[in-house]
Design a protein around this ligand. Structure first.
Ligand SMILES: Cc1cc2nc3c(=O)[nH]c(=O)nc-3n(C[C@H](O)[C@H](O)[C@H](O)COP(=O)(O)OP(=O)(O)OC[C@H]3O[C@@H](n4cnc5c(N)ncnc54)[C@H](O)[C@@H]3O)c2cc1C
Length: 408
């Protein structure tokens, strides 16, 4: 079959690779350089343990604190508040324990297969040198937040991850260069991280091209049904017909899906990073829980990434968020120099914290793979594999019903 994939972030590039591996004729479209949107600036963690949705039950109780505290990683742009309110209401309503349990079970089915989605691709792409096997460490600076996380340890362990709890002194033994202001920590054994997400995505793109895949730097502006059994992609530069199309355009998928009457409540949870070139005091990603902030040792310096801001898709950076990240970095690394790069990305999030994977309900030639919220870097490989199986043969390794666009 002749299949088009729209979007060359980690989800699209992985999907394109799996389709090629399954013998399809694949063209991948992106309006910009591959891997340079949300997949560029994340914390790089393959977070196999991340089956507790961000809108967990404890989040509901902590929400007023997160909204009002000056050290909170949550930001809402004043003029955007009313716009995001319906989404936020749905998001908060999903904090009820029965829903959290359901979400967590569904995320677990994907997270237990993270390695299955990537291992072969990494090997074939020859990019193992970009992957560090040092496991991710969470740290808590307050008893309140640590205690609220305790029930999650059992849930997280269901992904097969071995969690080693650490006391104050043990945190320093694991990472001696941290200013140890922390009460407790946890090591998620078996998790790992990319030392350079952009180079990782580029490596996977090269693999795709080496197997005959075609990459076109074009913006998809429309998709039309033809009278014969195929669909046509119209871009700023060309028109081309395909047997099937897979939309993997991150947060921008909402607009493309709406062309077919699939209205997905996708919101951008904006995240930021700042980076410190050639400064690398730690070996592994360290995630300060109260601050929603990761410190990741990339191969070009320390990346300080995180926060959630609701302010739509405009590109302007909020100085308050940048200052928040830089203040947090200074507390953990008092001798840190000034940062030399600032970045903003758009996590694609549905209010139930599950991605959308599967066929359009309105058009049998259109498939979706987007909405990976906070864990798309981890899930790109396996969801790419699953959507390839679905598009080719409607026969997938796991049941995709819970991820269907029909749930909205
Ligand atoms: C600060 C931060 C930290 C994070 N940390 C982690 C982490 O440690 N671990 C983890 O698992 N996840 C993490 N994430 C989440 C993860 O980065 C995202 O879930 C993931 O990158 C989403 O990938 P994607 O391919 O769906 O989207 P994107 O990377 O945004 O790619 C979508 C692509 O579609 C293209 N596109 C859109 N519209 C069109 C069009 N009309 N025509 C052509 N092309 C189009 C865009 O140009 C873009 O390249 C983090 C996110 C942020 C912001």
């Amino acid at each position: 079959m002749k299949i088009a994939v729209i979007g060359a972030g980690i989800v699209g590039v992985s999907s394109a690779n799996w389709l090629t591996k399954y013998g399809q004729e694949v063209t991948l479209y992106d309006r910009t350089d591959p891997g340079t949107e949300t997949s560029f600036g994340n914390a790089g963690t393959y977070a196999k343990y991340a089956n507790v949705p961000t809108n967990s039950s404890s989040f509901f109780y902590l929400f007023p604190y997160l909204l009002l505290n000056k050290n909170s990683p949550l930001f809402i742009r004043g003029k955007y508040f009313l716009k995001v309110l319906p989404w936020l209401t749905k998001y908060l309503s999903n904090c009820r324990p029965s829903k959290v349990k359901y979400t967590s079970e569904k995320l677990t089915t994907l997270l237990t297969k993270v390695d299955e989605g990537y291992a072969e691709l990494f090997k074939e792409a020859n990019i193992e040198h970009l992957i560090s096997r040092e496991s991710v460490m969470y740290v808590w600076s307050s008893k309140l937040f640590y205690n609220s996380a305790i029930p999650d340890f059992t849930t997280r362990a269901k992904t097969g991850i071995d969690i080693e709890l650490l006391n104050h002194d043990e945190i320093s033994e694991v990472e001696p260069n941290l200013n140890n202001i922390f009460y407790k920590g946890a090591l998620f054994k078996g998790s790992y991280f990319s030392k350079n997400p952009k180079e990782t995505t580029e490596g996977l793109l090269k693999l795709f091209q080496s197997k005959g895949g075609i990459y076109r730097q074009e913006e998809v502006t429309d998709i039309k049904m033809n009278s014969s059994d195929n669909v046509e992609i119209i871009t700023d530069k060309s028109r081309e017909t395909y047997d099937k199309i897979i939309i993997c355009a991150g947060v921008w998928s909402k607009k493309l899906a709406s062309l077919f009457g699939d209205n997905v409540p996708l919101e951008s949870e904006r995240g930021y990073h700042i980076s410190y070139k050639n400064y690398n005091p730690i070996k592994r990603p360290v995630a300060w829980q109260e601050r929603g902030t990761y410190f990741t040792p990339m191969n070009n310096g320390l990346r300080v990434a995180g926060t959630v801001e609701f302010a739509g898709l405009e590109r302007e950076l909020n100085r308050k968020v940048i200052n928040f990240l830089s203040r947090s970095a200074k507390q953990v690394f008092p001798d840190i120099p000034s940062h030399d790069n600032e970045w903003l990305g758009f996590r694609p999030s549905a209010p139930d914290s599950l991605p959308v994977i599967g066929q359009s309900k309105k058009n049998p030639y259109i498939y979706y793979c987007f909405g990976h919220q906070h864990i798309g870097w981890s899930l790109g490989g396996i969801t790419g594999k699953l959507i390839a199986q679905e598009a080719i043969a409607n026969k997938t390794d796991i049941d995709l019903t819970p991820f269907s666009v029909g749930r909205f």
